[in-house]
Design a protein around this ligand. Sequence first.
Ligand SMILES: [Zn+2]
Ligand SMILES: [Zn+2]
Length: 298
Amino acid sequence: MKKFRTLLYYKYAKLEEAEVYAKRHLKYCKQLNLVGRIIVADEGINGTVSGTIQQTKTYMKHLEDDPHFEGIEFKEDLVDELSFNKMHVRYRPEVVTLGAKEVFPDNKAPHLSANEVLALKDQDDFVLLDVRNNIEHEVGKFKDAVTMDIDHFRDFTDNLKQIEHLKDKKVIAYCTGGIRCEKATTVMLQNGFEQVYQIDGGIIKYGKETGGKDFDGKCYVFDKRIMVDVNSVNPTVISLCRICDKETSHMVNCSNPECNEHFCICEECGWEMQGACSAECKEHPRARTYDGSGYYSR
Ligand SMILES: [Zn+2]
Ligand SMILES: [Zn+2]
């Protein structure tokens, strides 16, 4: 029996005193003994938290009862161990950063349910667009999806030219849990894309509701797990070990804190390299102790 639960959620909402709220929220989460990482912003909340079933239940109720977050949805995963070591709540101006120009999602791009996506995605005039960054789509993405060469989501707007050719198509945008798509689709509609949709709840909800058919590889997540399984119908591995080129979906942070690069490395090479991406990083005096997971708490 898995004893813990990890929640992923977001809600766009105008918060007047977000900085004050963030401080109060941190205190609340610590009292509950949760661990996780939460961003509180003037435009809403975005978090991943982990705790016992009871703690996470109390937490969900706390947010659901707050009128600011009416209608908030949680993606829930039962896990063997907590997905974080500590509890962080940080204030930022935006929940997800999309560069200089402020964009509050206007929700004009229709949300498609997971089952609608399953039915539509292979039709000729539809195309799936991955709005996540390079390290994410390198380890997992929908079969035949269009990906973008961006290192950060904040580069999305400046790189719209990469997807110019999709302007006359029906584009279904997706990201991990849906939060980035709300902004990405808003920007696309402002820039001449006419038929833009988004997967409600992102890859995570799609996996839970459909079994994840045709999602290749794994889904990168922003906690200790690094990646989660999505596809139980026709799973594949699409990434290769940096060292030996064998197929692997094991991803680590380089053990050298000054490098800290995310990369794929098979279990065997991981131990051999002590979690480092290169011989130089392996010998680095501040290299962290590798425990096989390749996750280091911040
Ligand atoms: Zn290897
Ligand atoms: Zn390195």
